[in-house]
Write a protein that binds this ligand. Structure first.
Ligand code: ASP
Length: 309
């Protein structure tokens, strides 16, 4: 039962610890989600979010993030290269502007005006990984015809992204969600994935529920995965049915490659009559874990359902 916080991937406890402390103290779901994102973004050992994220093909890290509590309460930033906490900047966009999304130089100028402090996002580990990737002769060969050169083997490609998506439900039954990511490792500079796009990486509607995706952003973007999951719940689906059906849409509409993976976390709202349909997660393939913190403590678990085991 609420309050609870549900986070993508097994680094989830880094987010869930500060987030659940806020919820236990009676704080708002949106504050819990932001605090969770900041903790992961500031952890240099997590190489797919914030400081220490694996860089773009040009060696510079770029970050994307968003925050949402309702269709008229959402904010987003993309292609942030000088600030560690895109979710907090996205929150300012939501609260202080009439816009939803700012990108690149404009977003960074906005962050500066809002008092955020610029910093170097790279770490020795991330720089060494980029050097290794760049030095591989196959990288150059691929660059000639593909433009984007992913990490060179399937296992590395599957490990080379992992957005932190956090959904929370607080004591007053308010829902919120955030996504924060450095995107796909060694991506074409300027590429933006699903994570900061409302309805793709994240969607929250207080009446229908919340959903957040992680994995290959291009698959999510083609099918509006998070929006789809929330709309399925609005039409009566359980969180598990919504998770399964939104991922099934990807399986049906794309020719999946060996390293393709998408996972989703889904959270139902508490209805006015006090009933609650709970939460679920699902993944296209094995390998994904969610982290849940509720009245039974914090657990890192495999998804409720894997569609193609
Ligand atoms: N969805 C993110 C992106 O495509 C990466 C991830 O979640 O693994 O940028």
């Amino acid at each position: 039962m609420p309050p609870l916080v549900l986070t993508t991937w097994s680094f989830g406890p880094v987010a869930n610890e500060p987030a659940s402390a806020i919820l236990r103290a009676g704080g708002a779901a949106i504050d819990a989600c932001e605090a969770g994102a900041i903790a992961v973004e500031n952890d240099p050992s997590i190489n797919s979010v914030g400081v220490g994220g694996l860089p773009d093909a040009d060696g510079h890290v770029s970050l994307d993030g968003c925050i949402m509590t309702d269709p008229d309460q959402c904010g987003s930033v993309a292609f942030i290269r000088r600030f560690a906490n895109p979710v907090s900047i996205a929150r300012r966009v939501m609260e202080k502007t009439i816009h939803v999304m700012l990108v690149g130089e404009g977003a960074e100028q906005f962050a500066l005006r809002e008092g955020f402090t610029p910093r170097d996002l790279s770490t020795p580990y991330a720089r060494a990984e980029w050097d290794k990737w760049r030095a591989d002769p196959r990288t150059l060969e691929r660059a000639r015809y593909r433009g984007w050169i992913p990490p060179l083997n399937v296992e590395e490609r599957a490990r080379s992204h992992d957005t932190v998506s956090i959904l929370a439900l607080d004591k007053r039954h308010r829902l919120a969600g955030v996504c924060s990511t450095s995107g796909m490792a060694f991506k074409v500079p300027g590429r933006v994935g699903d994570s900061p796009i409302i309805g793709h990486g994240l969607y929250v509607d207080q009446e229908a529920g919340a959903a957040a995706a992680t994995g290959n952003g291009e698959l999510v973007m083609g099918t509006c995965t998070s929006f789809l999951a929330v709309e399925l719940m609005r039409s009566g689906a359980t969180p598990l049915q919504a998770a399964e059906q939104s991922l099934q849409r990807i399986i049906d509409r794309f020719e999946l490659l060996p390293d393709h993976q998408v996972a989703i976390i889904v959270l139902a709202p508490v209805k006015p009559d006090g009933s609650w349909a709970g939460w679920a997660s699902a993944a296209i393939k094995p390998g994904f874990h969610h982290t849940i913190t509720d009245d039974r403590g914090t657990r890192i678990e495999p998804p409720t359902h894997v569609l193609a085991p």
